[in-house]
Ligand binder design. Structure first.
Ligand SMILES: Cc1cc2nc3c(=O)[nH]c(=O)nc-3n(C[C@H](O)[C@H](O)[C@H](O)COP(=O)(O)O)c2cc1C
Length: 388
């Protein structure tokens, strides 16, 4: 009923097991002459919390493992960062002087810690068990810490890589498909930006994030040197065009992302915004200060600034709520931005075009003039997608 296990071809074993990804560690120690020694290992795992134990599985035929074993009981696990492929290969191949050209420091237990490793773990050998042609080395953890904030290096199907969250990976494919649509509308974006001496941007919705994917022209009110690449949560007050022309689930997701922090009256007002935007044909944001603050916080979050939390971003969004999509005729206002949807061939919003203000006040006639030009541009960009 079961196959003969001796029939498993080693090449097939390697190939099939290669479908399982691993991280990569370098096990380091110091030899009798005081020189650093090491071995590249994928078969590393945590084993037990109490007592704290980890393990790795070296080949019994490995000269590196023999050297580690002869050096004594102490060793250090260095989890390599995604930029350390060179070091990983050097340690796996070189027989001597494996760390030439790489920086090391000393761990509390006196083992070599590799500069740039994302984690180091000082261990003492607890037990070595035979496991076929490999050994199973159980190490008791003495001390451990984070090192570099980099992503860890991953090994999969014979190649090296790093981790990307699924949401981002699928989002990137979606983003790419929208970039082609935006490119078709680029001449229209540019003539609008030139005509009004301002900046026009194209924003796509990818999963629950809005990504600023392209820009034409300039405006003095921009906070960052370029807005392209900025990612913002799909959360009121921004992104109302996607909610206005999206299906009911998308509208609901947009409202629900902030509903917990609002009272019921504010939620009611917010629920009416998508219909208002649809009636007008465009979204309006007023007030330079609130908008600039929101953009500054978003820019700093995008740049990985550790001093800016997502809570401060939510605060900035709430402060800006009243400045977006106000009812009634808007006259003598600080126009921050106007946004209109560009549709794909299926009638869904492909991207949102935003025409930025120039830092001045505008009359209702001026506002309507700019909005008409924006909507005409968005319609031309939609036609460009339909005609391609
Ligand atoms: C990504 C990677 C993972 C590896 N994982 C292991 C492992 O888990 N166990 C092992 O014995 N060798 C592993 N090796 C091979 C050793 O690092 C080393 O190349 C091999 O032992 C060479 O033999 P030597 O120790 O006699 O120089 C790995 C190599 C690479 C590049």
């Amino acid at each position: 009923m079961f196959g003969d296990t001796s029939q498993v071809d080693p090449a097939r074993f390697r190939e099939v097991l290669g479908q399982y990804p691993t991280g990569v560690v370098v096990v380091t120690a110091v030899d009798a002459a005081g020189e650093p020694i090491g071995m590249t290992v994928g078969s590393f795992t945590s084993v037990s919390l109490d007592p704290p134990l980890v393990a790795f599985l070296p080949s019994q035929s490995s000269s590196s493992w023999r050297a580690l074993r002869e050096s004594g009981d102490a060793f250090c696990i260095n989890v390599l960062g995604s930029g350390q492929e060179d070091l990983c290969r050097a340690v796996a191949m070189r027989k001597t002087d494996k760390f030439a050209g790489f920086d090391l420091r000393e761990s509390p237990a006196g083992n070599p810690v590799i500069d740039g490793a994302v984690v180091w773990i000082d261990c003492v050998t607890e037990q070595v068990y035979p496991g076929g042609d490999h050994d199973i080395v159980l190490g008791r953890v003495l001390d451990l810490d984070h090192g570099s904030p980099d992503q860890p290096l991953l090994f999969f199907r014979g190649g090296y890589g790093s981790f990307t969250p699924l949401s981002l990976a699928s989002g990137d494919t979606e983003l790419l498909s929208h970039l082609g649509e935006i490119d078709l509308g680029r001449p229209h974006m540019e003539s609008l930006a030139n005509g009004f001496d301002t900046e026009v941007t194209a924003i796509v919705l990818v999963n629950d994030e809005m990504v600023l994917a392209a820009s034409a022209g300039r405006t003095d009110i921009a906070v960052a040197p370029t807005r392209v690449g900025q990612r913002l949560p799909f959360m009121p007050p921004i992104g109302s065009c996607f909610a206005a022309w999206g299906d009911s689930a998308l509208r609901e997701a947009w409202v629900r992302s902030v509903a917990d922090s609002l009272d019921s009256e504010q939620v009611d007002v917010l629920r009416r915004v998508p219909d208002l935007v649809r009636e007008r044909g465009y979204a309006v944001a007023l007030g330079h200060q609130a908008g600039a603050h929101l953009e500054l916080v978003a820019t700093r979050i995008n740049a990985g600034d550790p001093d800016v939390s997502t809570t401060s971003m939510r605060d900035a969004f709430f402060k800006a709520l009243d400045h977006y999509n106000q009812l009634g005729d808007l006259d003598d206002v600080e126009l921050r931005s106007l946004s209109a949807p560009v549709f794909d061939a299926n009638g869904r919003v492909a991207y949102m075009l935003t025409m930025w203000g120039r830092g001045d006040r505008v009359t209702s006639d001026e506002l309507r003039g700019r909005a008409d030009a924006l909507c005409a541009t968005a319609a031309a960009a939609s036609r460009a997608i339909l005609d391609r």
